[in-house]
Ligand binder design. Structure first.
Ligand code: 6R9
Length: 572
């Protein structure tokens, strides 16, 4: 892979390239920044919100800058502290305490954040759900976690099969509703009027539960990834090092809190660092996102390849209509960052896009690009300090540079999941010897940069060659006609598998055999003959998860006429 390297610009950064590579780093250094290091009293809600609310220089700073098509609001650290004290009082009144599971099934509004911290303040475990989930998805998650309380809205309650959830004691409804007769329901509006703004926070152990995030497995039931308060150490540190957050930043993470990025980096990292955090409700369109960046003068922006690819397709002209001069640092997560997108960032925004790799299970970033590092487009970067990453084989042996294998992380980083809820054997299956095994296929080059190839299940074996779908997809979208691409291996009697690509076209392009052949030739001549898709099919859209990941396994099931498995996280 011979691609241009993107050199860092000089300037002030929180972490240098030397830091990333240093040996002997100790997390102990980071712990000193937390108040619990000195007081012994732990609760992430205190560190993220109350600590700033108690600080005369910070209490009036805007913590949450909310912006939706029909609502604009600024909430200071002091206000968020009081609001979450109120929600904590409501929860406590109804018997919620340490280790109880309280789920949030509601849109991304300021109330979401007040309730989220209320849950943590009583020592309970928060379970955020995507608001677009339908009945089965909601039932599976609430039943598996044995949630005692649900916080939702009158619109969404109709998707909650309350009668089928014996553990669910109470439901808080935010918004006026006529279904309030049943005594199982609690009116948020009624309660909040009465609730005190003072609350004695429940101090917990750093190993106590904080959060459950459900990820949908490729088949079967969703897994409840369980995280402890201790994860804050890494949320805070990566916020500093990788998001490069500084005192006056205005930060925007586009992820929904139903997805781990929306909590680790949409909530904890910015607020642990005392930063003004933009939350945007409503739907995605390139124009409305550029508007948000401009209006709030966002300085640091964390988003995903799926959105960035849409910006690329929307064309360079749109960018010039907005004043994005405040933007200084741009990052991506969730899927491989196509080199084409990095080129676009340099061309249109004059900014490098910094890829970051991690998973729900890892709780926080592990392999990253920091501002001081050279970026190698197509690579996800290097491990953060304190992390040992390697490519291993089935027995847990390290493979030499440039060999594809399973990406693994040496156990024991602060934000690692503590369990899979209700499923210890699933948890155990993640580990080989001392290694946490990601299931992602990757290789490491001689300089320690990691290169993602695909989920192990997605790697294609064609005529004896192993091809990662990411490389082919990235090449496809470099063709001017192609907007998005999803690539799978299709069983073939002769070649084992052939490469089949599903693409969407950019505006102004019509499907034709000539076009498909031109696209094929383009991949063949600019990537390799064996990686050129034998079949290309044009689609109106590529199936994606709500967090924006291409669902290759769904493309494959459709292609082969197989059962689709769990599709609860599929975007409409
Ligand atoms: C944070 C998050 C995890 C899976 C992961 C990998 C893919 C995430 C990536 C990436 C290539 C990156 N992934 N970041 N692939 N480059 N920078 O996304 O968590 O939803 O659990 O997904 O996403 O396949 O294993 P989660």
């Amino acid at each position: 892979m011979d691609m241009a390297k993107v050199q860092p610009r000089s300037g002030e950064h929180n972490l240098t390239d030397i830091d990333v590579q240093r040996e002997g780093f100790d997390w102990e250094e980071i712990k000193k920044d937390f108040s619990w290091y000195h007081t012994g009293k732990v609760n992430v809600a205190y560190e993220a919100i109350d600590r700033h609310a108690e600080n005369p220089h910070k209490k009036d700073q805007v913590a949450l800058l909310y912006s939706a098509p029909n609502r604009e609001e600024s909430v200071t650290f002091e206000q968020l502290s009081k609001q979450s004290n109120q929600t904590a009082n409501i929860l406590k009144k109804y018997g919620i305490g340490k280790s109880d599971r309280v789920f949030l099934f509601m849109p991304r509004t300021p109330e979401f954040y007040a309730n989220f911290f209320g849950i943590l303040k009583v020592g309970a475990i928060a379970g955020p759900l995507f608001e677009a989930f339908m009945e089965q998805a909601v039932r599976d998650r609430l039943a598996d976690s044995e949630a005692m309380m649900l916080i939702t809205t009158p619109e969404l309650i109709h998707r909650v099969p309350v009668k089928e959830l014996p553990a669910l004691e109470k439901i808080i409804l935010i918004g006026n509703s006529t279904d309030m007769k049943d005594e199982q329901y609690i009116s948020y509006e009624e309660e909040i009027k009465e609730a005190s703004e003072a609350f004695d926070i429940e101090w917990v152990d750093r190993e106590d539960g904080m959060l459950i995030h459900y990820t949908s497995g490729s088949t079967g039931k969703p897994k409840g990834v369980y995280h402890a308060h201790n994860a804050m150490i890494q949320h805070y540190a990566t916020g500093k090092w990788v998001l490069d957050l500084k005192e006056d930043d205005t930060y925007w993470c586009t992820a929904d809190p139903g997805w781990v990025t929306g909590t680790s980096y949409g909530i904890f990292a910015p607020w642990l660092n005392g930063i003004t955090n933009v939350i945007r409700g409503g739907r995605f369109s390139p124009e409305s996102w550029y508007e948000t960046l401009e209006k709030h003068q966002v300085t640091v922006w964390y988003t995903a390849p799926t959105a960035l690819r849409k910006f690329v397709s929307a064309g360079d002209d749109i960018v010039s209509k907005y004043d994005l001069s405040n933007l200084r640092h741009l990052l991506s997560v969730g899927e491989p960052l196509n080199p084409e997108v990095i080129t676009w960032g340099l061309r249109t925004l004059n900014l490098r896009i910094h890829d970051t790799w991690w998973m729900t299970e890892t709780g926080a970033m592990l392999i990253v690009n920091v501002p001081s590092m050279e970026i190698r487009p197509g690579s996800m970067g290097k491990p953060i300090p304190g992390i040992e990453a390697a490519i291993i084989d089935h027995e847990g042996n390290k493979l030499p540079p440039n060999q594809m294998g399973n990406l693994a992380i040496k156990k024991g980083w602060p934000s690692m999941m503590r369990a899979i809820w209700n499923n210890p054997s699933k948890f155990d299956s993640y580990f080989i010897k001392d290694w946490y095994v990601s299931g992602d296929s990757a290789y490491m080059d001689e300089d320690g940069y990691f290169w993602f190839q695909g989920r192990l299940d997605d790697v294609i074996n064609t005529s004896g060659e192993r091809v990662g779908p990411f490389e082919v997809e990235s090449k496809l979208i470099e063709h001017q006609a192609v907007s998005e691409a999803g690539v799978i291996g299709k069983p073939d009697p002769e070649r084992g598998e052939i490469i089949k690509a599903f693409i969407t076209l950019n505006p102004g392009y019509e499907a034709s055999d000539e076009l498909l052949e031109a696209i094929r030739q383009f991949v063949k001549t600019s990537l390799s003959a064996h990686a050129a898709p034998r079949e290309i099919e044009i689609k109106d859209s590529i199936p994606k998860t709500r967090s924006g990941k291409i669902m290759r396994r769904l493309l494959k099931s459709w292609e082969l006429g197989l059962p689709t498995g769990d599709t609860s996280t599929l975007e409409e």
